[in-house]
Design a protein around this ligand. Sequence first.
Ligand code: PLP
Length: 462
Amino acid sequence: MPKASHADEPSHSRSRQGFLVAESRLDYLELWHTVPGHPRRISRILPRLAMSISPSDHATAHDEPRSTASPGSLGPSTMAVHAGEARQKPGDAITDAVFLASTYTFANTDAIIAFLEEGIEREEYGRYGNPGERVVERKLAAIEGGEDAVLFGSGMGGLVGLLMAHLSGGDEVIFFDECYHRSREFCSKHLTRYGVGFKQVKTCDYDAMEAAITPATKMLVSESPTNPHLSIIDVDRFAEIGRRHGVLTMIDATLCTPFNLRPLDAGVDFVLHSATKYLGGHNDLLAGVVVGSRELMEPIRKLRGIMGGVNSPHNAYLLERGLKTLPLRMERHNANGLAVARFLESHPRVERVYYPGLESHPHHDVACRTMRGCGGLVTFLLADADWKATSAVIDRVRIPRIGPSLGGVESLIEQPMVMSYWNYSPAERAAFGIPDSMIRIACGIEDADDLIADLAQALATD
Ligand SMILES: Cc1ncc(COP(=O)(O)O)c(C=O)c1O
């Protein structure tokens, strides 16, 4: 099968081609409101967010992060608040309008013909785009460091759109085996019906991934951190394997967010998010987004216009609003995650804690080298507890709500065996690495001391 045509080029120079690069701080701001329609490359102004996450950094998570930014560049919070938005908005309002239109009208036939022939950027029909959606796509592209972003109705909608747009019968896709189980299920049960091969290899086994590549391999897929095991992928190594073999690479970065890691900077081709989680951040919307180069995003945008997996104008606005506080929220999620993980690690009823910010985590060094923080998700195993004793701890918790999902301001807690794997056999659960005594807490932005006190009372033996 044909390989990705850009195989031999270093990804960084490749991805810079044709970028609209601003040279001064003023230019950056101008850029946002002089470029209508599709997003332009403005990620150069976002510093690479890779920061040391030594334990002392975590302990003072509200400290100003050490930035590698060049003078004149804008920080992640400034970008999150302003990027992608017009300076003057409809009605001179400070916030963006929500356009509920399903269709967009033309003044006359000449206007239609001008739109069709001159490539004028404007809306036509809701399935192809919405003004509010374009704002949030530009913002997402900017904060993720991509040229273009395409918004979908959910994270799964984004995954399906991305894979369907870039894979054809006879191609093959290789996943790390800790990727979201529904993503792998889409490949194993559905893409295979269209002749697309699916393989999975052990997470972080880069040699196995490389050995699995064949001439049919078109894409490598990973997630980082993984859920619920919190494995950390070495993004540089992952991207380098794809580049060397002329194979596209995709990272589901839902759990790290662009605040903690920007995989495109490492040369990964696509970033996928379930924006339902940290990007939206308030447990009140479903959304998905794929970010990448304009060239690679174009078929995805076109396919979305046919598939119809669009989001609603209201959701797009809620996502824009949520993104404005992403860096602030992530600082708190990072701090809470580490504080709760440290508490759990010291608790006698806890057998094991999975949290990459802990020195005991096998990928702690990779996390320190590549990430700014490790987020709010903490997974742990109770010592000597069957599934009922584990459920009893969850049922005693008072602050986190019991439910699936993560990344919102409200903490959530769940027992994966019950919540997500109830219908699987014990052998299947063992294969997934889901013991009955596993608990996953998605720390929200409450006070860490309150979360810890609550967990302490829930873990207290009767
Ligand atoms: C890592 C990851 N990717 C993708 C998805 C799918 O996202 P959505 O629920 O928005 O479709 C999820 C959902 O839990 C997830 O955890």
